[in-house]
Design a binder for this molecule. Structure first.
Ligand code: ZN
Length: 65
């Protein structure tokens, strides 16, 4: 069986499908995707304006490193 893939809607890059509890996909185009256990959530992170990043998401990253 082929691995299930997740395709970025904005740039069509493909990634292995995000699983709950896993670190988010950080797409090259600036959109992040993560699986919250019920659905794929989408966040746009402008790297030059990190203060816009939700604190909950930042915490997920810090915990996963
Ligand atoms: Zn993308």
């Amino acid at each position: 069986m082929a691995e299930k893939m997740f395709v970025c809607k904005r740039c069509e890059r493909s990634y292995s499908y995000p699983q709950p509890e896993e670190r988010p996909i950080r797409c090259e185009c600036g959109w992040w995707y993560y699986n919250d256990g019920a659905a794929i959530r989408e966040i746009f992170w402008q790297r030059i304006e990190p203060y816009r990043t939700p604190h909950d998401l930042l915490r997920m990253f810090e915990a996963g490193v």
